[in-house]
Design a protein around this ligand. Sequence first.
Ligand SMILES: [Zn+2]
Ligand SMILES: [Zn+2]
Length: 530
Amino acid sequence: MRAAAGRRCALRMSRGEAPFSGRAGTAAWVLAAAVLITASGAPLGLDPQEFLEKYGYLHNDHHIHNTAEARSAIRDFQWLSHLPITGELDGATLRQMAEPRCGVSDEGSQWIWSQRVKVIFTGGRRPQHRGRRSASQGEKWSKRHLTYQVVNWPQHLSRGSVRLAVQAAFQLWSNVSGLVFQEAPEGPADIRLTFYEGDHNDGASNAFDGPGGTLAHAFLPRRGEAHFDMAERWTLNGHKGHNLFMVTAHEVGHTLGLEHSPVRHALMSPYYRKLGRSLVLSWDDIVAVQQLYGKPLSNRPVRLPGQVLHAALQQWELAELQSQSQTAGLPLYCQGVFDAITMDQNETVLVFRGSVYWTVSADGGVSSPLPLRQRWPGLPQAIEAAAFSPLDSKWYFFKGRRTWRFTGSVLDPTFPRMSSDLGLPRHPDCAFYYAPLGHMVLFKRSRYFVFNLKLLRQEPYYPRRLTDWTGVPPGTNGALTRPDGRLYLFKDRQFWRFDPGKLQVTRDGQWAEDLSWTGCSYIPQSNNIL
Ligand SMILES: [Zn+2]
Ligand SMILES: [Zn+2]
């Protein structure tokens, strides 16, 4: 750990980059930061100085930052992030910097927010902006009817459901303001949503960074552009990945002229928020948009709770899946995303996603998407891990804090149970029955758990580190054992084959192309007689 930190420090100095402070203590400061990052488990790629510059806490104007400036920047960041204000790069601060977030700068958010609150109390007009930010800030659209366009589409999601999610994201804002939005599928549009990978001519500091980190960014009026990182695992319905509806709703806020909010549960908070049960817009989001565009014409703002949107997203997906299955293309999961996978006693592979599952029979025939609840009543949608156990011929499902066990389609008594009562982690990555141990195994990030199915408790001396499974990466989203005893692990489009005899990965590749039993190379027989 220390060696790595030392190398990092040496690299910075040899490149001749501007050190953070002019004092002799700089090297120690950077070193301490690097050690802390390693210790707290945050990615080593994080550079606190770069972060503070990128998000507007430090000005990158070619002068050497002194310690007072650095501390002040850290304090501002801690204030906006609801951390204890220490002015130090402590573990919590570094971890917060590594959280997935919006790529738009936080500069000026604090001042604009204090002005917004002042207006609430004085009932006056929104004050004019001043100082160096006045040129770019406080801009808004002069019209109330705006058009938008989805310029290109993310992978792994159907266009129909993306279109509906984007529509709902705009509606969120029109429900509480004097704005009206209309989709313009072609031609000119006021607001354009585009997916990009990496550098996309917005300047080097706006280049996208692959999965995690910066998810998207947008421009204040009247440029009318929101950009999304194509490399993210976008989802509309599930725990794994980032919810495209939530991120779109946030970025649309920027295109309307809203800055980041320091209010913890605000949609305009810079950090990624899951779609939960609570209201999507906070009072602060609504005040901000109404100060720019007034109240809705009906004068009765409509606020949708997350639960309602959740249900809507599910329904769209199901409708989309059913219409797709009629066109007899490859099943939707073949594009690379599923929640869980397992195999039953008949060697039928089951693939789970959202509120449905598919079966792939031993001869390669794929079913249409089948509703999860029809076969396993009471099971929630978007499960996180599933495993059929040949030991007791039971189905195990895991989601959030809970574990379900079914015999056939019947939920066993006392289930669902709290996973913690069984010694299991919440939000597991995947689960599978592992014959060499005679137990079920669950992966969760860098650790694995061994679950005794007879005693319904975790085996002693576990969890252990995932490195026991040589060659298996963390964060897999599904796993199953094939009839030949080999274990297959999946992560996005990749698979790894683990050989229990050799105790290591012996093959990897793209599962949809390379593994015919996943049902993705199956071509339906044509009935056409030519
Ligand atoms: Zn933002
Ligand atoms: Zn961009």
